[in-house]
Design a binder for this molecule. Sequence first.
Ligand SMILES: Cc1ncc(C[n+]2csc(CCOP(=O)(O)OP(=O)(O)O)c2C)c(N)n1
Ligand code: SF4
Ligand SMILES: [Mg+2]
Length: 766
Amino acid sequence: MVTTTRTGAQRTAVRPEQVLAFKTGNEMAALAAKQINYHVMGYYPITPSTEIAEFLDEMKAEGLHDIVMIPADGEHGAAGICYGATVGGGRVLNATSANGLLYAIEQLPVQSGTRYPMVLNVVTRSISGPLDIRGDHSDLYFALNIGWIILLARSPQAVYDMNIIAPKIGEHPDVRLPVIVAYDGFFTSHQKRLVEHFKDDEVVQGFLGPPKTPIHALDPRHPATIGPYMNDPDLINNKYQLKMAVDAAMRELPVIFAEYAELSGRHYPVVDIYAMEDAEVALVLLNSAAETAKDVADRLREKGLPVGVVSPNVLRPFPAEEFRKALRNVKVALIGDRGDSFSGQGGNLSIEVKAALKDDPENRTLCLNRIYGLGGKDFRFEDAEALFNEALEAARTGVVAVPYDYHGATPGQETAAGVYPYLPPLEKEEVYQNLVQVERDEATGKLKVKVPNPRELTRRPKRLAPGHGACPGCGIFSAVEQFMRGIEGDVVVLYQTGCAMVVTTGYPYSAHRVTYVHNLFQNGAATLSGLVEMYRERRRRGELPDVDDLTFVMVTGDGGMDIGMGPAIGTALRNHPLIIVEYDNEGYMNTGAQLSYSTPLGHASSTSHVGSHQQGKRFQHKDTPQIMAATNIPYVFTGIESLGRDLVEKAAKAQWYARNEGMAYGKLLTACPLNWRSEERLGQRIVQAAVDCCFFPLYDIEHGITNITYDPEARNKRVPVSEWLDMMGKTRHLLRPENAEILHQFEEEVERRWRRLKARHEHPLL
Ligand SMILES: Cc1ncc(C[n+]2csc(CCOP(=O)(O)OP(=O)(O)O)c2C)c(N)n1
Ligand code: SF4
Ligand SMILES: [Mg+2]
């Protein structure tokens, strides 16, 4: 007997039991992964795909799956972890979006070129810049040439289904290719829909069977050379084989879709066609927009208009033949692209559909291309209707007046007022007040700093206007501002991506009263290196006669010093004259409190949950000041806002070194009540407790010589680590008796690092 379920699936009596649920696309991707029970997931958080790792981590904490979850140092690292894991022969998962995909992309042809299957969920989002977290297909379009299979999912249901189909097609012996499952950021990833999923994980695992990896790196009796150096003529043959594998995927996909339909009752054609039997006009769209267009097509059909919708379920291999079939009798196809190739005569989908139609000598379909919905701009009923109307008009007249254009963009206009600042720029007299004086002591080679009383210091104008959107109790800005009090003169700031950046600039507003540059947090230090060198060279050439004595400061979060560690070290090794200030709030707060490498052992975060099988973060915190000190830059320091004089002195020294010798780096511990799960008013006290328990020692390193500037032991103020941990919701579980061993390990590490620091402090050469 065949019955139809509430989600429209057809079910026969023998089908395995399925459960009806109300879930988002990200929840469904995570559920499928849990049911598959991948061996390894390498990942790096980026909105809107982060939740997949977060949900899986939460399940892991409860012991619901065995997936080894590896938080990478960036997407490039995540892709490397995944590649390494696939070479080991098991099943591997990753998820990313936008610049995360772009940052990983260098690794992705390596994966396909050596033919190791895995699954990567691409939750599509606009690529930077400017930075925009919402959905379009500009990221996905970069993945068209990497040799991966690309499955598309228009709904949370399809996200689940495609995630189960993906390993099956990727691991097919004639295919052996990695697979992307792409779905729309926020529209599909975050909106709940009615869905069905298999009740038992074994059904999913039975459908896939055990992973098949004919050659792997973990069989010493059969050693393999994976990725040998290869040149002409082998490389072209390698690529030809890859093309044959993609062709095989085209052949096998309908078979697998049919098998899956048999199991689930949900059938996916390679190209989804809607109301196309007698359609004269078609909209061709990817993913969620096609669902909106289908509703509009229904209404236009009621008015007797012959319209339909075509939307592929597979983008690689490109289903050219199915497009030819679907559009054979259509007078006008309007192909919408949620990503442009900027004057490439259309977005990628339109170029490929037109190329496919060209190969059909009978085809007379007129094509229009409209770029729509960039940066997550909604594609509403009216938008679909407007596109249908344009296509209907072309069908009526037989003329395509404008083949390629934007839909829904408004070109900017110069206003009479021009661009004007809300606050006037800082005047020279305001910023140069000689408030803090620095001199080098010729006898010791060390700097001596004279700091006026705090009231005097408030004469220095704030470089940051108060109108930013940080949460109440956020420690970032008061700490950065306190640091800036020690900086004399004009500054140029570069903020890496993170809370400090996001809450101070939202176009068309900016809270910065000095010149501000943003670059993504994997490359800020390199960018500032370039800027500072351009400044020096233009001054040398006499091109900036009125600009004197700029100080360049990069502000980054602790996350920025994970993914951006390479460029920061590069900048340090080149010793560019600039300052890096890291505000450490112990996690990736801007993206929802994932762990960073600076998050301490056992601390809870959205990727280090606490549950019956996991007690927070599994590895110790990173000691970034010591890493930076090892580059032998002239100055390294740590600081906190409430010991203001100490911080101002360190800022002044950092500026002196940046002006006279090279790079300075400093780390500030700053409160984040939202994600530390602490009271807003307690921020300073918690930070002070972190210092007083010696977790965050205050010191500087001048030319390699360590000097502890605040010693809680000497001041009789040392408190137990547990006193600090007790102040935050994210750490209270560590005080429970069953977590005594983790607490002990953490305390030992804190003690070990503190003792080493003290030994350095006491030694004249260290
Ligand atoms: C290449 C890339 N990967 C990931 C992201 C997502 N992302 C933006 S900010 C951020 C966390 C920043 O953490 P941190 O530097 O500690 O600053 P905080 O948010 O804590 O202020 C992440 C993961 C991104 N924008 N680009
Ligand atoms: S999430 Fe935390 S770090 Fe970010 S603005 Fe809010 S309090 Fe500040
Ligand atoms: Mg942070």
